[in-house]
Every structure is written in structure tokens, then in C-alpha cells.
Ligand binder design. Structure first.
Ligand code: SAH
Ligand code: SF4
Ligand code: F3S
Length: 375
């Protein structure tokens, strides 16, 4: 029996697909080279922007032909899209040939669901719960090993669907994280360890007995072995001096910070509920550059947030020029149902968003070209 997994979205999803692969291999499945050869196809979905959801609908739709050829093929959809009950329902209604729609927290019981599906039931399963720590991973990212340190997000940036689909912040116990890192290092196959969380800087804050993120980093660096550790993503409001100091002082920590700014304009930052100003953000950048001169810094930006004027967008352009990032991601704002920003008046038209995203990326390209010529 063979499996095939299609993954959308962020690194946390990539890592979750490694867990799905681990579960399936435990059940005796092996990896298929292409989806046509699979007995089970898994879609691990993302809901961050409308485009991500559209791609899933398109690609799941395309499986109808395969299902016609192979009646026993099992099609499962999981991930952030399925955490929204309306979308889960829409998937099942649009595609009656989908067998299982399953939430992020229910993977541990997956073998049971497969048996039920084989008996002819279409299933929709999702409820809240804890991530099962005992599930095996099949690591698939070469010499990089992902390690989840927390799940969920408490920040409720007004544009963002993640807190709704991933629930509240919950940190893993540091003992379990350290044990996982020790095991990875002992295996000897991995040179890089990347800690994952939507907001790693708030690690431990949900449990008063837990250590802080900088302490976790220091503990990981005490593990003997030849490896580098990095992490993502950092929220500027929680990036404290002790974390910057740890990066500066510990040889094992990669000199790299992904520090999404989202906008360079204070009114928009406030509407986004980001809890920092342009000035505070620039202060953090200054501190990083002083303490870690070799540090690579990257960022995410959203253009065309509701009511953003041309002038306010130009503040984002000027921030990018001022910081001179090593690279950036720029996204056109995509309204997500249920979020505060999706209900705001003054939504910006797609053409304007496209012009702004292209302008921002052009500015960034110019900076990178200049920096290359300098070196
Ligand atoms: N937790 C991370 C971001 C996770 S989502 C953080 O806070 O930095 C990755 C990126 O997707 C975000 O940084 C943001 O730039 C973008 N994004 C999130 N919601 C979006 C939306 N509704 N429209 C467009 N881009 C969005
Ligand atoms: Fe979304 Fe904001 Fe949480 Fe990041 S910090 S996942 S952008 S709500
Ligand atoms: Fe997408 Fe979910 Fe990640 S919405 S970006 S896969 S947390």
C-alpha cells in the first residue's frame, strides 16, 4: 500500500506532513513516487490567503479522475482549511469523493478512521485537543530537522486566520523539546535544527512554570554535537533583549532572524493590531545590528490592508529602504472570513494591491542588487 502527501502553507505544515508520513509508515504504507500510484492521498492544507484555498479546491477537484480509475483510493484532507467547519463542510459537499476531512488535532486516531472509511463511510472529524507527543515523524527535509516548540497563536492580528484555525498558544514542555533535539543530534544525520512556532518569542508564557524562549535556546546550545539551531517566526513585540543576547553569544545559534514588520505605517500597524510602532520596530533592528553585526534579517509585508493610502504604503517602501533586508516576502492583503479586517470598510481593489506589491518587490530587488555589487 502506498501514500502520497501534498503540502501547502508554512513550515509547521511541512513538519506536520512529516508526522502524517510517520503515522502512515507505521501502518505499513510506503511513499509513492507520484499520486497516480497511491492508495491514499493526503492534502495538508493552508488557509492563510484566498489563493491558497483556491489551489486546494482546484487540486482536490482534479482527483476525481483518479478516484474513478481506482475505487479503493482514499482521499483525505487535513490542515488549517479543515479547521474551519464551514470550509470543511464545503469540501465535503463539493467533492463527494473525498473520504476524510480531518482536523489538526486528530491525527493520532487516523488508523481507526481509515478502517471506518474502508467500510464505506465519509468522515468529517475535528475537535479541539492536544498534539500527541508520541507520534513518530518521518523527517523529509534533508539535513534540517524541524522541531515544533509550540502551537497556536494569541495575537489576533486583525487580518489573520491562524488564531482561529490553530487555537491558543500552547508550549510544549521544554524537557520534551530537549529530548527531541538530543535524539536528533544523536542520529547524526542533521546539521540544522529549526524550532517552529507562530510566535516563538512567547514560548513558555502560557505556563508560569515553563522556562523562557531565550533559556530554551541556551539549553539547546548546551547539547553536545555539531549542529546549528535557528527558529521562526519572531513577533517584534516579543523579541526581547535576552533573545538577541543569546543569538549574539551562542555559537550554535544561526545569525538569522525573520522579523515580519507587515507595514511601515503606524496607523496601519495599529489597525492590524501588531502592538508595535515603526519606531519600536526600527529600534529592535538597530539593537540586532549593534549586537550581531553579521545577522541576516528578513521580513513579511502585507500591502493593500483596508484603508491603506498611497502615502501609507510609501511608508512601507521607506521602511524596506531603511532596513535593507536580506530578503522579504510581500503579500497582497486577502480578506479572511471571520477576521476583524475582513469586515472593515475601505477594502482596497485588487489592481491597486497588485501595483503596490510589484512596487515593493521591485524596490527590494534593487536593494539586493546594490548589496551584491558592494560585496
Ligand atoms: N506568525 C507569523 C506569520 C504567519 S503567516 C507572524 O506573525 O509573523 C505568514 C505571513 O502571511 C504573515 O507574516 C503575513 O505577512 C501573511 N499573511 C497573514 N494573513 C494574511 C492575509 N490575510 N492576507 C495576506 N497576507 C497575510
Ligand atoms: Fe497571524 Fe499575527 Fe498570529 Fe502571526 S502573530 S500567526 S500574523 S495572528
Ligand atoms: Fe497556512 Fe495554517 Fe501555516 S493557515 S500559513 S498552514 S498555520
Amino acid at each position: 500500500m502506498k501514500y502520497f502527501i501534498v503540502t501547502y502553507g508554512c513550515q509547521m505544515n511541512v513538519h506536520e506532513s512529516e508526522k502524517i508520513a510517520g503515522i502512515l509508515e507505521n501502518m505499513g504504507y510506503t511513499l509513492a513516487e507520484k499520486r497516480e500510484e497511491a492508495d491514499i492521498i493526503f492534502f495538508n492544507t493552508c488557509a492563510i490567503r484566498e489563493g491558497a484555498e483556491d489551489r486546494v479546491f482546484g487540486n482536490v477537484g482534479n482527483l476525481k479522475k483518479l478516484k474513478k480509475k481506482n475505487k479503493n483510493l482514499i482521499i483525505a484532507v487535513c490542515g488549517c482549511m479543515t479547521q474551519k467547519s464551514q470550509t470543511a463542510q464545503k469540501l465535503l459537499n463539493t467533492f463527494p469523493f473525498v473520504d476524510i476531512v480531518i482536523g489538526t488535532f486528530n491525527l493520532s486516531r487516523f488508523s481507526y478512521y481509515i478502517e471506518a472509511v474502508k467500510k464505506g463511510r465519509q468522515m468529517e472529524i475535528f475537535d479541539e485537543g492536544d498534539i500527541d507527543e508520541t507520534l513518530p515523524y518521518k523527517r523529509t527535509s534533508g539535513d534540517n530537522a524541524w522541531v515544533n516548540i509550540m502551537q497556536g497563536c494569541n495575537n489576533f492580528c486583525t487580518y489573520c486566520i491562524v488564531p482561529y484555525v490553530r487555537g491558543r498558544e500552547k508550549s510544549r514542555k521544554h524537557e520534551n523539546i530537549l529530548k527531541e533535539v538530543e535524539d536528533i543530534v544523536r542520529e547524526g544525520k542533521y546539521k540544522k535544527i529549526t524550532l517552529l512556532g507562530q510566535n516563538v518569542n512567547s514560548y513558555g508564557k502560557d505556563n508560569e512554570n515553563e522556562i523562557s524562549f531565550s533559556q530554551l535556546l541556551r539549553e539547546i546550545c548546551k547539547i553536545e554535537g555539531d549542529f546549528k539551531v535557528s527558529f521562526m517566526t519572531s513577533h517584534p513585540k516579543d523579541l526581547t533583549d535576552d533573545v538577541i543576547d543569546a543569538i549574539a553569544e551562542e555559537d550554535k545559534i544561526e545569525k538569522y532572524i525573520h522579523l515580519p514588520a507587515q507595514s511601515g505605517n503606524n496607523r496601519i500597524l495599529k489597525l492590524m493590531n501588531r502592538s508595535y510602532t515603526r519606531e519600536k520596530y526600527l529600534d529592535i533592528i538597530k539593537k540586532i545590528r549593534e549586537k550581531i553585526p553579521s545577522c541576516r534579517i528578513t521580513s513579511d509585508f502585507i500591502v493593500g490592508f483596508p484603508t491603506e493610502t498611497e502615502e501609507e504604503f510609501n511608508d512601507t517602501v521607506s521602511l524596506v529602504k531603511e532596513v535593507r533586508y536580506d530578503s522579504i516576502f510581500a503579500f497582497m492583503y486577502s480578506p479572511r472570513e471571520g477576521t476583524v479586517a475582513s469586515k472593515m470598510e475601505g477594502q482596497i481593489d485588487e489592481d491597486t494591491k497588485r501595483l503596490r506589491v510589484n512596487k515593493l518587490l521591485k524596490v527590494e530587488k534593487g536593494i539586493q542588487k546594490e548589496d551584491k555589487n558592494d560585496n
